[in-house]
Design a protein around this ligand. Structure first.
Ligand code: SF4
Ligand code: SF4
Length: 311
């Protein structure tokens, strides 16, 4: 069975990539599961989607923890533990990263036994949440690496899944998918199906006694209040809002009221302050500020400026 995971950010089209690949496998005569996994979160948040494909009925369910192929649309997710990119990455697996850096660099960084390949990013973009055509590129690369999905089947699946879009958009996606597929031709068959774990290898757990506990302590899942502050959702940000205090009129309530995450507080001097640990970069404050005193800059540029300032 082929087990393939796509990792990206909300808005990058990983759900679509899994649909395209799933449909392609189906057209090639495989039984298929494809499903995305994400929460009620916004554009830019880490998400993943997965595909299982087999000639026989698929009885396995749930997320894939032993992948044959992991495709990463955005290399800024690789080092983010919450994104779970490296989950179950063994020596049988292939890790394909969309990156301007080399496969050797990633292999050294991750110290992984998995085979690492790079899907060269055509160019750096300002907002990582909008990588153009990345869903089709990732689906095409995955299809080529399996060696069992022909180019014609891939393109038919892509036309089927993107058929609701304007013809020019579909044409461009087809063109890009074809180029990526052909570019991966030398690696066809690199990804091979992993074995299905046998039930005979299953170790029955030891018998466990669960003693009754006092209901007042046994039913609590959250043991203290105000713990959500510990979740640093600011890690998801691809664009950073920055206040220009020279332009800020101190109207105060507009940006702080509109911020859906309560990440803008008002200082004692009447000016706003952004909590970057919890600002997810939705940029609503940028759109709402009347004197345009908040600008948005790519997160990597903001980090470079910070390190220059502290150097
Ligand atoms: S909305 Fe704009 S002008 Fe008003 S407090 Fe916020 S940054 Fe300043
Ligand atoms: S971008 Fe602005 S509105 Fe959005 S979470 Fe950050 S501070 Fe709040």
């Amino acid at each position: 069975m082929f087990r393939i995971r796509f990792h990206g950010r909300g808005g990058q089209g990983m759900k679509t990539a899994s649909r395209i690949l799933g449909t392609a496998f189906f057209r090639a005569g495989y039984q298929v599961q494809d499903a995305p996994r994400y929460g009620a979160e916004r554009r830019g948040a880490p998400i993943f989607a997965y595909v299982r494909a087999d000639r026989a009925a698929i009885n396995e369910r749930g997320i894939i923890t032993n992948p044959d192929l992991v495709v990463v649309a955005d290399d800024t997710l690789v080092g983010m533990p919450a994104a779970g990119v490296t989950l179950g990455l063994g020596k049988h697996a292939v890790l394909l990263i969309n990156s301007l850096e080399s496969a050797a660099t990633w292999r050294q960084r991750l110290n992984t036994e998995a085979r690492v390949l790079v899907l060269a990013t055509p160019e750096e973009v300002e907002d990582r949440a909008s990588l153009p055509y990345i869903g089709s590129r990732c689906a095409a690369a995955a299809a080529a690496l399996t060696g069992v999905v022909s180019r014609e089947i891939l393109l038919d699946a892509l036309s089927e899944e993107l058929g609701h879009l304007p013809p020019e958009v579909v044409r461009k996606n087809l063109e890009i998918a074809q180029t990526v597929y052909d570019g991966m031709a030398a690696q066809a068959g690199t990804v091979t199906p992993g074995a299905i774990p046998s039930a005979l290898d299953y170790d029955r757990p030891e018998w466990i006694d669960l003693p009754f506990e006092n209901a007042a302590i046994s039913n609590l899942a959250i043991h203290a209040g105000a713990t959500s502050v510990e979740v640093r959702t600011g890690l998801w940000r691809t664009m950073r809002p920055v206040i220009n205090y020279g332009k800020c009129s101190g109207c105060a309530w507009i940006c702080s009221t509109y911020c859906p995450d309560g990440a803008i507080s008002v200082r004692a001097d009447g000016h706003p302050e952004i909590d970057y640990d919890h600002c997810k970069g939705c940029l609503i404050c940028v759109a709402q500020c009347p004197p345009h005193a908040i600008e948005s800059i790519p997160e990597n540029v903001a980090r470079e400026r910070e390190s220059e300032a502290t150097a």
